[in-house]
Design a protein around this ligand. Structure first.
Ligand SMILES: [Zn+2]
Length: 343
């Protein structure tokens, strides 16, 4: 083995730091992430074992984040991700389910915790919340960024597409070097770098009537990052059916709209927009327009989760960037709505 030894630097965060009793460790002679973890268990014992794996298994605890040279192993080859001399491996702990906030979290979120009515309790609600963003385009990118920055505990992103050059004027989680890769992979990498305490997972599937219930069923809230009405209607119906709040957003050119749908408590998307507008395969968008609306979608989601402010339920907001105006109209439930009647 002489001469074949591989030296990898492992950086520990939070609970792993406690289990190891140090901030980092050099490890020799490991060929992949799986054998590195075994070596860490051998060196640091039961505490490390319990931090890493589900009890009695070698299955990583679902929310453990392992990064090799800054990239999640979920985007590489998982536990089989090869390691070479000089690699840096970072290990972050699972998101704690509920309970009190860590010192680091209190520091990270202190400027929002001091908002009237928000408090540590609001931050804990965010930490316990599971948001789903459908679509990682112009709306989904800023919505995800603000949800993760605010400390939503669990984010699921849905997108089956790959990054194209013509996306980059507005889909701000995707950068020049990402052209050609999956939007989900591109987004998760940046979001984890932004806030490793959020658990993020993705489903690389097109939304259909058949799979939509399965895709959204575990979410506490769904954000509409779609660019077409047929899929929005499918999401709206599934959210009403499953009683999941749905934050609708849509943009074109310099104008956008926003509405919050609380099933049973206000109109659904089909009540507000009964007929599908004519489909447009390629429509103009200035990136700042979905920047405004996607950000406001995240704001509605955060307000709803934390329980502050007045939601856009029974109201629709219209943003016109050309005139620089915001208008709100009242909206009503349709008694005979084919989607939400009787809910
Ligand atoms: Zn309705």
């Amino acid at each position: 083995m002489a001469g074949d030894g591989l030296a990898v630097t492992v950086k520990f965060f939070a609970g792993f730091r406690e289990a190891a009793g140090k901030e980092q460790e050099k490890v020799d002679g490991v060929a992949d992430v799986g054998s590195l973890l075994e070596e860490l268990v051998r060196k640091f014992g039961k505490k490390m074992l319990m931090q890493l794996y589900e009890p009695g298994t070698r299955k990583l605890l679902g929310t453990t984040h392992i990064l090799v040279n800054g990239r999640s192993i979920n985007l590489l080859e998982g536990l089989k991700t090869p390691l070479k001399d000089g690699d840096v491996v970072a290990i972050f702990p699972p998101v704690a389910g509920g309970g009190s906030l860590t010192t680091e979290e209190l520091e990270r979120y202190k400027r929002q915790i001091i908002i009237k009515g928000f408090g540590e309790e609001g931050q804990e609600k965010l930490k316990d919340a599971h948001a789903l963003v459908a679509g990682l385009g112009g709306l989904g990118c800023p919505a995800c960024e603000y949800l993760v920055a605010a400390g939503v505990g669990h984010l699921t992103i849905l997108d089956a597409e790959r990054v194209e050059l013509s996306n980059l004027n507005r889909q701000i989680l995707h950068w020049q070097l990402d052209v050609g890769r999956s939007k989900a992979g591109s987004a998760i990498e940046k979001l984890w770098a932004m806030n490793p305490m959020t658990k993020i997972d993705s489903r690389l599937e097109m939304i259909t009537r058949e799979n939509v219930d399965d895709l959204i069923k575990d979410a506490d809230i769904v954000l509409d990052g779609m660019d077409n009405y047929p899929t929005r209607y499918i999401l709206n119906e599934a959210c009403v059916r499953n009683r999941i709040p749905f934050i609708h957003g849509a943009v074109e050119g310099l104008v956008g709209q926003l509405a919050t749908i609380l099933p049973g408590e206000g109109p659904c998307l089909r009540c507000i927009i009964p007929k599908e507008p004519p489909p447009k395969p390629s429509f103009p968008v200035l990136g700042t327009t979905p920047g405004v609306i996607g950000c406001l979608q995240a704001m509605e989601a955060i307000k709803l989760i934390v329980g502050i402010g007045r939601l856009l339920v029974g109201r629709m907001l219209f943003f016109n960037g050309e005139a620089m105006s915001f208008d709100i109209i009242e909206t009503r439930r349709n008694k005979n709505c084919p989607v939400c009647k009787g809910v």
